[in-house]
Ligand binder design. Structure first.
Ligand code: GLV
Length: 382
């Protein structure tokens, strides 16, 4: 499919579904339990209306801003997503390169396929690194050191994932680490040859931040056994203090959905927070992020930058979140679909679509600068 035929996130999603093995496509396209929060995240954007204002000079428009002091061409970053390198071979490196060229931050997940060193090496703009605190604090400390040495611009600590919310699709698909080559999976390779061939051609097929970094776990099975015991249910606010000290750079706290937790994060050193419910993949029944945002903005009172993820599917959504007080948004699934559908050029095309949508909407709102959006730019409605 020609790139200019992709016009929406759903266009990428449809093609990704055809190209990517069902197990990995559905890993991205899934929420916890009933998927109610997953759906609410985007549905609730639709309940917010952009103010249409006319009679204004809108020839020159600006979407550029800064995130943690770094210039960005629009208020958006790529969210950390597990196993992006299974949507497309070397997916993390492809997405990081696309983000670098476009001028927005890329956040690498702890559970990525390509390692943080490999991804940092392909991006001139320092990448951000997302940290899952593991029960093995020695390992966790070394991972933080590696992020620092690789020059990561921010450490994004995920707080809403001490253990995983169940995603029924993953259970039904038998998604497990290490991957079991079930007859169904092998049969799928025959109808998804492009994916299968590209995976055969790369050496990046395992969890790059773990493989070779866990003493005593030399085989895939040993590593999987170690990884399966690493959820840290003790993770608490105090931990942010040593994490921040060890990293020595900006700390971003991800998974905030309550105003009091925003205050805690700031009190424990957060330089920015991400209002997130993990794309509806964790606590099913939790509030959508766009509905949670205004109260958190009030609680933070300008003390740090606030980002939002979960549910953003268009440039219009990006403007809605910014108008309600987010400095920027992060997208996860949209870029995974773009990767799965069309690799690195797909991610670039997605950025172009989002930028064009936001630029058009800004003008039709009678606005010329994304930095001056605010409560006056939106109206809440049903
Ligand atoms: C990992 O963070 C996931 O949501 O699957």
């Amino acid at each position: 499919m020609r790139l200019d035929r992709f016009l929406t996130v759903d266009d990428f999603k449809r093609v990704a579904e055809r190209r990517v093995p069902r197990m990995f496509f559905q890993y991205a396209d899934s929420g916890a339990y009933t998927e109610g929060t997953y759906r609410a995240n985007s549905d609730d954007f639709a309940a917010i209306h952009l103010q249409q204002r006319v009679g204004r000079h809108i020839t020159t428009r600006n979407l550029a801003t800064t995130m943690l002091g770094q210039p960005v061409t629009m208020p958006l970053g790529l969210a950390p997503t597990g196993a992006a390198g299974m949507q497309s071979a070397e997916g993390e490196m492809k997405a990081a390169r696309a983000a670098d060229r476009f001028g927005v931050p890329f956040t690498l997940s702890t559970v990525s396929i390509c390692s943080l060193e490999d991804v940092a090496a392909v991006s001139k703009r320092p990448i951000w690194f997302q940290l899952y605190v593991r029960r093995d604090r020695e390992f966790t400390g070394r991972l933080i050191d590696r992020a620092r040495v690789a020059g990561c611009a921010a450490l994004v600590v995920t707080m809403d994932c001490q253990h995983y919310g169940q995603r029924h699709k993953d259970v039904r698909n038998g998604l497990k680490v290490p991957l079991k080559f079930t007859p169904r999976f092998v049969a799928e390779m025959a109808i998804k040859p492009r994916w299968a061939l590209s995976m055969l051609r790369t050496r990046h097929r395992t969890f790059g931040n773990f493989a070779g970094h866990v003493p005593g776990a030399a085989t895939a099975a040993a590593l999987a056994a170690w990884m399966s015991e690493q959820d840290d249910l003790t993770l608490n606010w105090q931990d942010l203090l040593w994490i921040k000290k060890r990293f020595g750079g900006p700390l971003v706290v991800k998974g905030i959905l309550h105003p009091d937790d925003a205050r805690e994060a700031i009190a424990h050193g957060a330089d920015a927070i991400i209002v997130s419910n993990h794309g509806g993949r964790q606590l099913d029944g939790a509030l959508s992020t766009i509905r949670a945002l205004p109260r958190i903005v009030d609680a933070v009172g300008g003390q740090c930058e606030i980002y939002l993820d979960s549910g953003v599917r268009s440039g219009h959504d990006m403007l809605k979140a910014v108008a309600l007080g987010a400095r920027a948004v992060f997208i996860g699934r949209p870029f995974l679909y773009a990767l799965g559908a069309a690799g690195e050029p797909g991610v670039t095309r997605l950025f172009e679509i989002l930028r064009a949508e936001a630029d058009s909407a800004l003008g039709l709102m009678g606005e010329t600068d994304v930095n001056t959006l605010g409560a006056h730019s939106v109206e809440m409605g049903g």
